[in-house]
Design a protein. Structure first.
Length: 328
């Protein structure tokens, strides 16, 4: 095999520059702007706002799974119309994102397999760990979930109310699984796996476990996303251009480089050798900060870049204070 050194160098340089590319937010690289309208015809008036918040929570989780960075998800109400506004930076396939977001949340309950003859839908054992059997209890059997507080210790908990049919199904499940865990799965993800302490036959259950109030609220929202299924449809879809165009970004980078060079020249001219050391330290500081941005990783937006430049200015200011005190 004959390999050309110049090609190897080009490949190496490509990999280096590819790794140096930062993650940019919507204002720097553009993306997709989507507006979804919720169909609340099948939801009671008292539950419409809760259903909208639940749908927003599900969409946010789906976008995070999609791999988007720094998305903006907002719920709004225009008259009687309830909408969810989604902005996703750097989306290459808008249709795929629309299909992923636009699905109705699917809530299901799974239990561990007890015997091969059990009259339940069998799933692969690798799907959700030990939970390999899908029960016939779904989100349609839930009336609603809400945050309550334990009267004994005041700890937050989640109370789940079932419909009459759902209560019967849940009673059968708990009778079979006393002392075992039952997984609650939303959109192919386990959101909770509480242990059944006793058979529950009264049509409502309490999920506890040392929750904080925020954790209990998050769990109730996710449960309501399946308990109050609310179809959504796209009413607006468009590409969003970057707030700063590529030419403006290049000019900003050039201006920033000129500014840093001027600061370095001033430090060297005014302080001599200490100024040169400060300039070297400034470059190292900038490189380390950028390395942290890549390691985390951090999505750069206009505000983030402004903060980065401000931190460099404060680093120079610290050196100036040190040098002036040494002169004194």
């Amino acid at each position: 095999e004959v390999r050309r050194p110049d090609i190897d160098v080009r490949i190496a340089m490509f990999r280096i520059f590819r790794d140096l590319e930062p993650r940019l937010g919507l204002d720097l690289q553009g993306g997709a702007h989507l507006v979804f309208e919720a169909d609340t015809s099948g939801v009671a008036d008292a539950d419409k706002d809760t259903a909208l918040e639940s749908a927003k929570e599900v969409i946010e989780r789906r976008i995070n799974l999609f791999g988007a960075t720094e998305p903006v998800i907002q719920a709004s109400k225009v008259g009687e119309s309830r909408r969810i506004i989604v902005e996703i930076p750097g989306v290459s396939d808008i249709n795929e994102a629309v299909d992923l977001i636009g699905q109705t949340a699917q809530l299901s309950f799974w239990e561990a397999e007890a015997s091969p003859s059990a009259d339940l839908q069998i799933a692969t054992t690798s799907a959700f760990g030990p939970f390999s059997k899908k029960t016939d209890l779904t989100g349609k059997d839930l009336r609603r979930a809400q945050v309550t507080f334990d009267p004994n210790n005041g700890q937050p908990q989640v109370t789940v109310d079932f419909t009459s049919d759902g209560g019967k199904k849940f009673a059968d499940i708990t009778q079979r699984n006393v002392g075992k865990q039952v997984a609650i799965i939303l959109d192919e993800q386990i959101i909770s796996a509480p242990t059944v302490r006793e058979a529950i036959t009264q049509g409502s259950a309490v999920i506890s476990g040392g929750f904080t109030q925020e954790q209990a609220k998050s769990l109730s929202i996710q449960l309501n996303a399946g308990a109050l299924p609310m179809p959504i449809k796209v009413i607006e879809q468009r590409n969003v251009g970057a707030t700063l165009g590529s030419e403006s970004i290049q000019k900003s980078l050039i201006a920033g480089a000129i500014g840093i060079i001027i600061v370095i020249l001033f430090m060297i001219a005014y302080y001599g050798i200490p100024g040169l050391l400060a300039a070297v330290a400034l470059v190292i500081y900038a490189l380390l900060t950028f390395a942290i941005f890549k390691l985390v990783p951090i999505t750069l937006t206009l505000a983030g870049i402004a903060g980065f430049i401000l931190s460099i200015g404060m680093a120079v200011d610290a050196n100036v204070l040190i040098f002036e005190r040494m002169k004194e």
